[in-house]
Design a protein around this ligand. Sequence first.
Ligand code: GLA
Length: 350
Amino acid sequence: MSVTKKPFGQMADGTPVDLYTLTNANGLQAKITTYGGAVVSLVVPDRGGKLADVVLGLETLEEYVEKSPYFGCIAGRYANRIAKGKFTLNGVEYTLAQNDGPNHLHGGNRGFDKVVWDAQEKSGDGAGLGLTYLSRDGEEGYPGNLSVKVTYTLTDDDALRIDYLANTDADTIVNLTNHTYFNLADGGAGDILGHELMIDADRFTPTDSTSIPTGELRSVAGTPMDFRQLTAIGARIDEDYEQLRFCGGYDHNWVLNSAGGSLALAAMVREPVTGRVMEVHTTEPGIQFYSGNFLDGSITGKGGKVYRKHHGLCLETQHFPDSPNKPNFPSTVLKPGEVYQTTTVYRFTV
Ligand code: GLA
């Protein structure tokens, strides 16, 4: 196991940005940059033992700053959407950036994906990297100084484990996730429609046409949202189902049967050609499955791969979108003295 570090460039204001390489006992390797805490590459074996990169990403810091559609990043302070960029807490209305049509997305104009994190190498099981960031009171419109720590560990049982910790000095809202785009076949050269997916959820949160949940928890039974059995992602993606039409594929939150709280299997992806399997375990109550609908060939990534529609998939473990405006959803409020603590594990097998 090892952790090494090299410079990845610097921000316009001169802040240096690093790229860390985590290698586990079996030779799996993750590269993570302090810019947005983004996973830049993740190398895992196929059924023949052949190692290859299974995530989408860019070659340079400049490209991440200019055009990354949240590749690999830590999304926050509130990952996913808040309707109209407004929420009320303790009787006070807060206004956030409307950076996704009428809505707030992934923390705003300068969310946790666009800041430079402080890094500390971590010893223990596998290869670890701790990233910390202090989000000041009022930053992007959110109340409270929020101190965040995200620890990435490439474990010796071949998992990328992500532990999230946060605390605040005033009541606030928090929802943190990782936004890696996976393609277990070829790292994004082709599409993910042949990948098979299982999501352990009987219900999902249908949305309006701007991807804000209506508040309903709808049964997946009899719909193209039913992934309770491993099913090819492309099998039903073009069905004439309003929820799929709204966003050109899958971009929804599933209500996990485990309901969150303790680490449980939430989803599994199997790529039949390479035999690669990824299990997603989480303590979170929800997962956003996004089928890379907005990739349109305008971004060329690592190794000259052109990322077209559906060339990557995200499984973003989270609390449900727009929870601050949905009293029936699990709460995303964090108060002083409380600890926000969640864990997500992406485990690779064949
Ligand atoms: C999330 C959202 C998608 C899209 C991507 C980034 O997954 O749910 O709608 O915005 O981020 O392109």
